[in-house]
Design a binder for this molecule. Sequence first.
Ligand SMILES: C[S@@+](CC[C@H](N)C(=O)[O-])C[C@H]1O[C@@H](n2cnc3c(N)ncnc32)[C@H](O)[C@@H]1O
Ligand code: SF4
Length: 382
Amino acid sequence: MKSTDIPLSLYVHWPWCVRKCPYCDFNSHALPSNQDPSHEYVDALIADLKTSVELAQNRPLISIFIGGGTPSLIQPCELDRFLSAVSANFSLTPNIEITLEANPGTVDTEHFHAYHSIGINRLSMGIQSFNDELLKRLGRIHNSKEAHRAIQIAQETFDNFNLDVMFALPCQTLSELEFELQEAIRCQTTHLSFYQLTLEPNTIFAKHIPKGIPDTDTIEQMQDLVASTLESAGFDHYEVSGYAKPGRHCQHNLNYWQFGDYIACGAGAHSKITLKDGKILRQARYRQPVSYMQHAIRGSAIARKRIVDKEEQAFEFMLNVLRLRKGVALELISERTDLSLSDISENIQKAQNFGLMDNPLKRFVASDKGWNFLSDLQGIFL
Ligand SMILES: C[S@@+](CC[C@H](N)C(=O)[O-])C[C@H]1O[C@@H](n2cnc3c(N)ncnc32)[C@H](O)[C@@H]1O
Ligand code: SF4
């Protein structure tokens, strides 16, 4: 394995939202309306970013993902200052993908034009639903009319954009999901992410489980409906929740799922970097935004770091690559980890015995049965 052959991405985390949604366990915090931490936060991001220059080993960045939280709250001039610091410290591939996450409740035409002009070339918008009643149940700050207006502005500004939609929502029926799918398709996006609602520990939904979460059989029918409808509409179902129009697969997420490297900056952000000697380093930053900013400005925002040992590498590799419907080539394991095929042959045999992977093994890919029992398959490599 040669570390400099491994593609490198950058993840940037913005930890604030207008309001905290009751189902969300991301590192995001409600921001009082009279506060705008853009300037001091970008100072911290730049200081943090500079500590990763050496780790990049002169590799160019293939993608940048500015996620959150709600990064569409960042002042465009501050984001411009940050992206200029990125270009000053790293080289970028000529067709680099730069994504910004946005919430339809925070969309402003001028801001969107400004984001585009400073180099953001992909937008990912958290629509969640086109149904006002469901949006209310999810505690969202926007209604469906605002969602459509935000989508129109996104369409006028970005030629590459994704919508996040959730399903298996409280009291949602199959015909309501059919409506969501038709609305999403009508928006003519290049990418759709359809996430099944999960009740994450330490969220309001986990403490007070909403009434009417669909049962397992209905959820299975919903998953099939999402996949068949979007495939018929010309989307490639390339990852568990990811659907792309031809050539519009998310390069940033693909790099995660192909076990590529990523540096990171921002509160709670994680990085995974292959060092010159082939060891894999994982770093986690301070989670609490104020504590993160203080540590970053003082010179190190890293709260924890560790080298991933060989056994963990097998699980981490499979956890990612098996999310891809077409899997990855067998060679990738020796190109991205310290392992060779023989190190995991027993686990592969077990997966084949259960029918979760095909025999003979041509790629690391789930069989049709393995795709339906993905966490069981991934668990074989623990
Ligand atoms: C980090 S959020 C960023 C998007 C943006 N902040 C927003 O919500 O408008 C990324 C996406 O994760 C999905 N998500 C968050 N919590 C979820 C949960 N508990 N179950 C399923 N999907 C979830 C939502 O679709 C959301 O748009
Ligand atoms: S707006 Fe997005 S990141 Fe913020 S709390 Fe809601 S789902 Fe989470």
